[in-house]
Ligand binder design. Sequence first.
Ligand code: SAM
Length: 213
Amino acid sequence: MRARHKPWADDFLQEHKQYVELNPELNKEEWSTVFQSPQPIQLEIGAGKGQFITGMAKQNQRINFIAIELVKSIIVSAVQKVADEQLDNVKLINYDANDLREIFATNEIDCIYLNFSDPWPKARHAKRRLTYRTFLQQYQDILKPGGEIIFKTDNRGLFEYSLTSFSQYGMIIEEVTLDLHELNDPTNVMTEYEEKFSAKGQPIYRCRARFNG
Ligand code: SAM
């Protein structure tokens, strides 16, 4: 996802502290106290412009959501959406998912969403894929026992790679869907990329997997 440099982005994030965690490492082990109501916490990694997290938070008021996005000029769009809806069950973090253990304690998260993660098709970049085993190790650490990863993509290569990665890690694959929209799942919240690719007629793949123990 590309975004033009936005020199005002820092100020914008500062002005929306209600929805943005500027020092997320200070909340490690304390995330349940950060939200208005102590509720299960679900995490999206690579949230882009925030359509998914906003839709999920509106649809699931009894869940707290945290969304992480690496690029500042992209996360500002997510912050604007959450602020427009005045959602008190969402916190946004401008952060690199390489360092999740710095901001979350063991068992702090109930579920992780990976939506249309960058595919990094070249083999030499495999370690950057958000479903590479070093990322899975982090997810296992911060997820509660039985916590799920829910992964959606239009990219067949990344999907196949990820299924193999989950399975080689010993995860339990609970669901694999090769055409998510054919299911007409009323709880499915579309991301920006999902809308774009399904409008072009591409099938959307989804996998739900959890760690074994
Ligand atoms: N999830 C959105 C969607 O489905 O519309 C955006 C998909 S976009 C292809 C992938 C997003 O993941 C980009 O916004 C990118 O900046 C973000 N991203 C990639 N690597 C990341 C990382 N290590 N930590 C946090 N965000 C990351």
